[in-house]
Structure formats: C-alpha cells, structure tokens
Design a binder for this molecule. Structure first.
Ligand SMILES: Cc1cc2nc3c(=O)[nH]c(=O)nc-3n(C[C@H](O)[C@H](O)[C@H](O)COP(=O)(O)OP(=O)(O)OC[C@H]3O[C@@H](n4cnc5c(N)ncnc54)[C@H](O)[C@@H]3O)c2cc1C
Length: 492
C-alpha cells in the first residue's frame, strides 16, 4: 500500500475499538470523542502532506524493496543525501505542528527503522527475534501505520528494581509462555498519543539486574489488543475551547496514557526480545534507537525553541518593550540558543558515525549536546515569555468579548499595543504566548522537553562517561609537560 492519506488514517481509527478510559468513562469511538478530534485532524494533515505535491518528494521516497512510495522515516540512511531527506521530513512535520507534537508518526518509525537495520544484534540471542523485527518493520512501513510506545515502568518505588516491587506484576512482565505466544501482565508509561495510534511497541531502557528477567521485554501489538487498557491522564482541554482563545492548546494537545496489560497475549511473531537481561541492557547501545531518533527530536526541538523565541520577539515588539536593554538581552539570549541548536544539528549531520553495515548516524556528541541543552533552553524561553508578557498575559479578554458590538470599542482602544498594533492583534499574540507559558498545555510542553527521552540528569551523566571513554584530555598533559619549573630559563 505505501503512504496513507489522512482519511485512510482516520478510517483505520474508526475500524478499531481500543479500550480507552478518559476521566472515569470508557471511550466507545475515539473519532467521536471531542477531546481527541483536533489532534486526530493534526495527525491526519501530516499523512495528507505525503500526497501534497509541495512535500511529496521531500518527505517520501520510492522503496527499493517494494517499488511503493513510503515515508522517509523508513529510509535507512547510507549517505548524507539520505540524512538530508530524513531531516526534510522531520522539519516539515515539526513546522506543521510548531514542534509542539513530539510523537508525530516519524518519531517511532525512525526507532523501528533502527531496530530493523540493526536487527542482526538480536540474532546472537535468538534469530527469530531478528526475523520478527524485520517483518514488523516491513508491515508498519508498507501499511504506513502510526505507533505509540511505552518504555518506562510506573513510578511505584524507584529505589527498587522491578522484581523487588510489592507486587511482581506492577511493572509489565511475562506471566507465562503459551503455544500462541507470551502472556504479559502489568503497566508501562507513558504512551503519548496512544488513543489515536494504530499499534504500540514496548521496549525498555537499560538498567536490568539479575532477577529482572521477566521484565526484559520488547514486543508490539495492535492498540486494540484484548486486555490492553489505555488509562488517559486528565485532559488539558475539553475539545471545545476556541481557536481564538487557545490557538495552540485547542490544536496540539497530545494525550498521555498509562498502559495496563491485563494478561495480554503477544503472538510469538510479535516478540522481539524477552527473558534476557543482557540483550535488554544492550538494546539501546547496539541498535542506534537513541541516536537516530535524536536527529528527529533535535530538529523538532529546534523548531519548538525557534517558535517560542519568535513569539517572545513579537510579544516584546507589540508593546514596545524591545527598546529596553534587559529585554534585548533576554531576546538575544534566546536567539543565540536557537542558533546554537541549529549549528549543532549541522555538525551532527556532517560528523556522522558510520556503522559496519554502512548505515550512518548523525554524530552522537552534538546530538547529545542538544539533548542536554534543550531541557535548559526551552524552560528559559518559557520564562522569558512570562517576564516579557508580565501582567498582560493575565489580562486577555476572550474572542467573545471582541465579537460583542457593545465592547468592541473598548477592546480596540484599551487592549491595543504600540502604534500600528490593534487590540485584536495584541490579544491574539498574548494568547499564543499564554498557551506556551501559562496554560497547563504549556507546562506539559515544558515537562516534555525535560523528560521525553529519559531523565536529563542521568542522560548527561551517561554522556560524560561515554565522552570520557573516547577521549584522553591531552591538553592537560601538554600543559603539564612543557615546563619543569626547576629548570633554569636559560641553559648554559
Ligand atoms: C510529556 C511527556 C511525554 C512522554 N512520552 C513518553 C512516551 O511517549 N513513551 C514513553 O515511553 N515515555 C514517555 N515519557 C516518559 C519519559 O521517558 C520519562 O518521563 C523519563 O524517562 C523520566 O522517567 P520518570 O518520569 O519515570 O522519572 P523518574 O525516573 O521517576 O525520575 C524522577 C526523579 O527522580 C530522580 N531519579 C529517579 N531514579 C533515579 C536514579 N536511579 N538515579 C538518580 N536519580 C533518579 C530523577 O532524576 C528525577 O528527578 C514522557 C514523559 C513526559 C513528561
């Protein structure tokens, strides 16, 4: 089949009935649920972009295996042109969503492509696992499906490993083997967009200890698999908020969910790894599932930071405060942050790591540097928005006020900005900023940037350890070897 349209994506959602729980009630038809309708539209637009002549050649390619047109996320990059093709996709999707939707289909499809291209790692443990992941990649690619993922255990007692928790099946683990497959039980978090996806893939961060065997798992199942329960968090918008009042929150909220597996059957051909602590601990380092997606997240993070920065610049301009040194200093800082990420991405794409298979991955040092900087830079952008917007952020009337003829004059007079900025223009700009820096929606965006791919503190520590392993810090030796202070300056 190859690339789907938005309508085909929506028809896929309509054809299934996953068990979704939202605010204490069961959602019967996800497409009829008002909370999900706008995010579904936004994802459908991305599918439609694949058929839009403006984007098609930039974000899709003809698959050499099938002759069908498929998304660039499924391209195994072997050349710099391939990396550019991927970047074009990441950029197009990120711009369409202002970088605010982190789990657009390209993200996990890149993860899956890495698992596919490095499946030989699994052969050593079980050749069938490698075969399964290759077949699954082809299935997702050729049907252009949308995945969610859940790799973290719920926060029960973080000081204990999975097998030491009060109940052995709080964390998702294998209950038993059957002729049809594995029976799994327990919970995983935090499956973003789960209600509006087609499939869920489960894998794990490293860190397993002996005794954790049953939790060392990787598999995928359709999102409507019997026994799989999707527990949504409280929505941050009710689906009825207007575009005028919440220009971002009304469009781009990504629902997050805990997935509970009530004795779910995972067919053998969907099992990619289980009961093997060593393989589970090596999955990340050996398959590039951190490095390749970090290219997507770097591009998306850049667009998000750039967007917040542009809103801050326009906000300051609209009320004439960008004449002040302190405001210029804050805005300059944000622009430098954006340009730093942009430069790091360029370096990452140029200084690639090449795998023995010929696959190339953007350089890990610049990518991990981006990963370390964004959790500091994005919250700072939010803070600058709050500082520049100040009281005005809390003084925005609603679209309904502007629509009331009795109020229009006051609205235009008292809410106007500097000369040339109408009341409506200024209020719309401030609402854009408030969605980013004040609303629960904006707080989630911030939290996402901190945690979307693991704890930034531990990630930076891992970065340091890997960096130290690869480098010898010779400058210090050079400095120490030059002079023996006891030697005379002029020799006889
Ligand atoms: C908005 C959002 C969307 C997300 N989407 C997804 C998704 O789609 N799929 C998915 O799988 N995950 C997703 N995640 C989850 C993300 O992977 C985790 O939040 C991240 O890995 C951190 O884990 P945690 O939240 O369990 O925090 P914890 O690991 O519980 O950490 C909590 C605090 O304790 C400290 N801490 C905990 N353990 C240790 C330790 N061993 N050593 C030192 N310090 C420790 C941490 O530094 C942190 O300050 C998402 C997260 C967010 C916020």
């Amino acid at each position: 089949m190859g690339i789907r349209t938005g309508a085909q994506y929506i028809n896929g959602l309509k054809s299934r009935q996953p068990e979704i729980w939202l605010s204490g009630r069961k959602v019967t038809h996800v497409c009829d649920e008002v909370v999900f309708q706008q995010p579904i539209r936004e994802i459908a637009k991305l599918y439609d972009m694949q058929h839009d002549p403006e984007y098609q050649d930039k974000i899709t390619h003809i698959c050499t295996e099938t002759g069908e047109r498929v998304n660039n996320a499924f391209l195994v990059p072997k050349t710099h042109e391939d990396l550019q093709a991927r970047r074009a996709l990441f950029e197009a999707y990120a711009k369409a969503t202002f970088g605010l939707m982190g789990r657009t289909p390209d993200f996990l499809n890149v993860v899956l492509t890495s698992l596919f291209s490095n499946a030989s790692f699994l052969e050593k443990y079980n050749p069938q696992w490698a075969e399964n992941i290759r077949a699954y990649y082809r299935y997702i690619r050729d049907n252009d499906l949308f995945l969610t993922h859940a790799i973290i255990n719920p926060q029960n007692d973080r000081s204990k490993s999975s097998h030491e928790q009060q109940d052995p099946f709080i964390h998702l683990g294998t209950v038993k083997e059957t002729p049809q497959g594995l029976i799994v039980r327990g919970a995983k978090m935090l499956a973003t967009l789960a209600p509006i996806t087609d499939e869920v893939i489960i894998y794990t961060f490293p860190g397993f200890k002996p005794g954790d065997e049953r939790y060392a798992l990787a598999f995928a199942v359709p999102i409507d698999t019997p026994g799989l329960r999707i527990l949504c968090r409280e929505p941050m918008q009710d689906g009825t908020r207007s575009l005028f009042d919440h220009p971002l929150a009304s469009r781009f909220e990504e629902m997050d969910a805990v997935l509970v597996f009530h004795d779910v059957l995972v067919p053998w051909d969907r099992v990619f790894l289980y009961n093997n602590v060593e393989a589970a601990n090596l999955l990340y380092p050996k398959t590039g599932i951190a490095q390749q997606p970090a290219h997507q997240t770097g591009v998306r993070g850049l667009i998000k930071l750039q967007f917040a920065t542009e809103v801050a610049v326009r906000l300051a301009d609209s009320i004439g405060v960008d004449v002040y040194l302190n405001v210029q200093n804050d805005l300059g800082e944000l622009i430098q942050a954006v340009e730093s990420i942009r430069a790091l991405l360029r370096i990452a794409e140029q200084e690639c790591d090449v795998l023995p298979s010929g696959e190339i991955m953007p350089g890990w040092v610049p990518l991990e540097t981006i990963r370390g900087l964004l959790p500091k830079m994005y919250p700072r952008a939010v803070e600058v928005l709050q500082i520049i917007g100040a009281g005005g952020l809390l003084m925005s009337p609603t679209g309904a006020d502007f629509a009331n003829p009795e109020l229009v004059e006051d609205m235009e007079k008292y809410f106007a900005g500097r000369a040339g900025v109408s009341g409506k223009e200024r209020v719309r700009l401030f609402k854009l900023a408030w969605d980013l820096c004040g609303e629960a929606f904006g707080q989630r965006l911030l939290q996402y940037e901190r945690y979307y791919t693991g704890d930034p503190i531990r990630k930076r520590a891992i970065f340091f350890n890997n960096y130290k392993r690869e480098r010898s810090f010779d400058l210090v030796d050079d400095a120490l070897s030059v002079l023996d202070l006891n030697e005379p300056v002029v020799k006889a």
